[in-house]
Write a protein that binds this ligand. Sequence first.
Ligand SMILES: Cc1ncc(COP(=O)(O)O)c(C=O)c1O
Length: 401
Amino acid sequence: MIDYKKDFPLLVKGEWVYLNSAAQTLVPIPVLEAMNDYYTNIGANVHRGVDSLGYEATRLYDAAREKVAKLVGAKNKGKIIFTRGTTSAINLVAGSYGHNINKDDEIIISVSEHHSNFVPYQQLAKKQQAKLVFVELDENGCITPQNLKKAITEKTKMVVVSHMTNVLGSINDIQALAKIAHNAGAVIAVDGAQGIVHIPTQVEDWDIDFYCLGAHKMLGPTGIGAMYAKNEMFDKMQQVEMGGDMVDIVEEQETSYLDAPQGFEAGTPMIAEAIGWGRAIDYFLDIGYQKANERVGFLRKIMIDRMEKEVKDIIIYNKNNEHAPMVTFNIKGIHSHDCASVLDKHKVCVRAGHHCAQLIHKWMGTQSSVRASLMYYNDESDIDRMVEALKDVKDFINVLF
Ligand SMILES: Cc1ncc(COP(=O)(O)O)c(C=O)c1O
C-alpha cells in the first residue's frame, strides 16, 4: 500500500485525523518547497521591468496558468484569469458579465449552492431587476436535465450550477446542462470548487461558458483561484478591478485595457500562490483522478458501513451519492457542533454547521450537519478513529447535560 501521508507534515505527526478536505486540503511538501523556492531564490514581481529575476517570476507565473488551463481542459477556446479564490472568481463572473442581464430576465439557480455561488447572483438579480428562478432538485440534490428543461424559458439568460455540491456531494452533468442552457440562448456559469477535485474536467469539450475553481481544496495554497471563461465571453465582460498591470494606454481622460487574461488581473498578483498551485496540480495529476477516486470511494464505503453498524441514531444524508467524497450526517438529538466538538477532543477534524449552504439544509430538513470529507491521503485508521470517537458522542453530551 502506498503511503500517501508521507508528504503531509500534519499527517506524518499522526496526532490528528483530518477529515475536512472538502473545506481545505492539506498541502504536500513539494508545494511548500515550490513557494519557498520562489521567495528564497527569485522574489521579484511579474510583468514589470526587464530584469532576469522578474522574467523568471513571470515565466513561472504564466506556466502555472498553463497548468490550470490544462487541468480544466482549456486549450484554445478560453482563458484563465487568476483570482483570490473560488469566491472571488464567482464574483468576477457576476460583476463583470452581470450587466448583460436585463430587467425581467431570468437567472436559474438552485438551493443546493454554496453561499459563494448563490449570494453574488441573488444580488445581481436584485440590481438588474431580474428574476431568480429555482430549478427543482432530484432526491439526491442533483439538477437533472429534465428539471432544468422544466425551469428554462425564453427569458432565461443565465444558468448557475455547481459541478459538485459541497454538502451532499451531488454531481451535476454540466455538459448536458450546458446544452440545454445554450439551446435557450442562456450562458452557463459553473462553480467547480468541489468538482475539479474529483471529476476530470473538459470545459471546452463540454462547452462551458464560465468555470470557477480554487487551489486550496486540491493540495494548493490558500489565496488563489481562477475563473475560466470562453473567449467570446470576454467581449461582453467589463473590468471590475482596475489599476496597474492590466492597462494598455493611459491618457488623461481615457484608458484602454490589455486583453484577457492580464486585462482582468489588476495589481500585483498572487505569484507564490500561483507557483504553488501549479506544483500542486502536477503533484495531484501524478497520482491521478482514477487512483485518488478509487481510494476515496473505498474509504467512503467503509465509513458509511461502520457508521451505520456501530453508531447509534446516525442519520446519513447523502448515502446514495456514491461518488461523493464526503459523508454528511447527524446523530439524532445532538447538535452538529456538539458532535464535532467531541470529535475534536479525540483529535478528529470534521466540518460542522451549515457549511455556507443554509438553503440546502432547509431542503434536507435540518439546520446543520456534520461533514466528514475524504481525500486520497486518508486511510482506514482514520475511519477507525472517527467511528470510535462518534461512539463517544452521546455519552459525552449526556454527562454534560
Ligand atoms: C461548492 C463551493 N463553492 C464555493 C466555495 C468557496 O470557495 P472559497 O472559500 O475557496 O472561495 C466552496 C468552499 O467551500 C465550495 O465548497
